[in-house]
Design a protein around this ligand. Structure first.
Ligand code: GTP
Ligand code: MG
Length: 233
């Protein structure tokens, strides 16, 4: 792929007014063509602040991480590569070069930023998140023969391949669905280490019991769903 690849960044955001501007400002401007913040029904000033920081803001009232990502995909302007990034400033957007390089160099179609392989601040990856990731990684190897160490949100994928995957999940199964379908569609995948720090603002998933249980259930359900049907949809 050409070095001048067109890159669109999609940031799903739900009530991230405390962090969204820092996330946008830390994105290497020379690398990307557009930054889209998907405001997922926020009741705070996430949308205004994102716009002020230079992002294009689109609105998706149907809640859920996957819904927000799907709305972002529908809004991109014919990029070569799509990068996903969380809005809570846990990821380090300045590391985006690492995430897109293997695609630009035509060594991979999808690149997952692995927080397990990278440096993570103490307390950033909670024990339940680590356990869930390890279990998911083990199941992915067992059922699909693919080697991953994380289901990290900071990731890049070729836009043409992303369209082929016909992503569907509207919430917490989104990241693992993409990794499973990438395997089923024989995409070239790799992981790169990324840093991870404690989020700014209020924890909504892994920091709460109900969020952890719902996310854990949905991730396992998604792994087994595609494993048993073997569908390439
Ligand atoms: N929880 C949640 N997050 C959403 C939703 N829509 C978009 N997001 C965004 O998705 C990203 C990931 O959500 P987080 O709440 O950070 O989830 P997490 O990283 O697993 O767990 P914590 O950081 O501990 O809350 C953030 O940028 C959220 O703002 C939604 O409906 N629910
Ligand atoms: Mg987070």
């Amino acid at each position: 792929m050409k070095a001048s690849a067109k890159i669109s960044v999609i940031i799903p955001a739900y009530n991230e007014e405390a962090s969204i501007q820092q996330v946008i400002r830390a994105i290497p401007g020379n690398l990307v063509n557009e930054v889209i913040v998907v405001d997922n029904g926020s009741t705070d000033s996430t949308a205004e602040r994102a716009q002020k920081a230079g992002a294009r803001v689109i609105h998706e009232p149907r809640r859920g991480y996957g819904s927000a990502c799907l709305a972002g995909i529908a809004a991109v302007d014919q990029p070569d590569i799509v990068v996903f990034l969380d809005g809570d400033y846990s990821d380090h957007p300045e590391e985006m070069g690492r995430i897109v390089d293997p695609i630009i160099q035509d060594r991979a179609d999808i690149v997952i930023g692995s927080r397990t392989l990278g440096k993570h601040e103490a307390g950033a990856l909670l024990p339940q998140a680590r356990f869930g990731n390890a279990l998911a990684a083990w199941l992915l190897r067992l059922l699909y023969g693919v080697h991953y160490t994380d289901l990290g949100p900071f990731r890049a994928i070729r836009y043409d391949k992303l369209c082929q995957l016909r992503m569907q999940d509207t919430n917490f199964g989104w990241t693992v669905e993409m990794q499973i379908k990438a395997a089923q569609h024989h995409l070239r995948s790799c992981e790169v280490p990324v840093s991870y720090r404690k989020r700014i603002g209020v924890s909504k998933i892994t920091g709460t019991l109900s969020g952890t249980l719902r996310a854990g259930y949905k991730i396992l359900y998604t792994i087994f769903r595609y494993g048993f049907t073997g569908r390439r949809s």
